[in-house]
Design a protein around this ligand. Sequence first.
Ligand SMILES: NC(=O)c1ccc[n+]([C@@H]2O[C@H](COP(=O)([O-])OP(=O)(O)OC[C@H]3O[C@@H](n4cnc5c(N)ncnc54)[C@H](O)[C@@H]3O)[C@@H](O)[C@H]2O)c1
Ligand SMILES: O=P(O)(O)OC[C@H](O)CO
Length: 359
Amino acid sequence: MLGTGSWGTTFAKILADGGADVYMWARRPEAAAAIDREHRNAEYLPGVTLPANLHATSDLKAAITGAAVVFIAVPSQALRDNLTAIKPLLGRDTIVVSLMKGVEKQTGLRMSQVIEQCLEIEPERVAVASGPNLAMEIAKEQPTAAVVSSISLETAQEVALLARNRYFRTFVNTDVIGTEFGGVLKNLIAVAIGIVDGVGYGENTKASIITRGLVEMTDFAVAQGAQAETLSGLAGLGDLIATCQSPLSRNNTAGKLLGQGYSLAAVVKQMQQTAEGLASVAPVLEIAAASGVEMPIVQQVKRVIEGTMDPRDIAPHLTTASDEPQSEHGLGETGEITPLGGGSVKPGSGLWRRLFGSR
Ligand SMILES: NC(=O)c1ccc[n+]([C@@H]2O[C@H](COP(=O)([O-])OP(=O)(O)OC[C@H]3O[C@@H](n4cnc5c(N)ncnc54)[C@H](O)[C@@H]3O)[C@@H](O)[C@H]2O)c1
Ligand SMILES: O=P(O)(O)OC[C@H](O)CO
């Protein structure tokens, strides 16, 4: 396990409690010693006792050599540098699993893509894990589900079997794009929820943003090649719910500070841990623009982050730039609205006017 922050340590505990012998690599020798000898990571998981079959070292070679599976939980923007360091140490068949929920700012690549590119390994040897997984709850052994995804079902199953114990159940899928983007995009919606929370808006506003946010997430991910149902699963809706409603979420917390009027610089200074959403906004919007996907909520998050929108203005702008009444379920290629239950309503028709008035 590379990364001894809150998720790396918690996921290492999941694996160790599932019966695996786990070796963590910590950058600081004192952090490695505390985990290895005292079975504690007080900085990130105060009050949690780590299992005896979870070891830690600051020697990267010792941590990686002989590993059947390498899990990575460092901040997304630090991934590439870490991969360069582990590349010469990796076994020929080692599986590499991303636990991260970000995209690389410079390239817009997903974490699994950075891993494949930088390590020059086959995509079948790469997996990602995602889901509604707030670290501290799992560290306290609260029952939780997750999903492991790889284009190789065999790889996904192998990893899922390792990441399974009495309090953690792991499902599998082969939709890596949907699984990764679910994790990336729910962070952005959680920042929006934090913002309106910070402003003082209530549950209607938040439910509206969560629901419309899921539409944005799905539209975006499907345009990149994901399956829509993945976004309704653990890595999409599941994680969206957990992250948007929990004060444990760093993205939600960062949003709340922005909503209370703090600048981005002040928020970053206050955050002790990684809030991936802040770095993902720009690359996600670039990809959205290139693929013609509208992301009105994420656009507004960007404007609040850069200080060009008052956080109090975020809620009334939940629709697209157009003034036209918009179908909840999107417009088909013909521009016709598709209501629930099939059929369609032609813009300007009698039924259209009855439903939406003269506009
Ligand atoms: N915390 C959670 O609940 C949770 C759950 C699921 C996924 N994740 C994802 O896991 C990833 C890591 O998040 P986290 O919560 O563990 O973050 P964290 O801030 O708690 O820990 C990050 C860790 O990475 C280390 N680190 C920082 N810069 C580094 C660098 N340049 N090289 C190597 N290590 C470096 C830090 O020392 C720390 O050990 C993120 O992508 C996050 O979205 C987090
Ligand atoms: O604390 P956050 O906002 O990074 O969210 C943590 C996990 O991704 C929740 O599944």
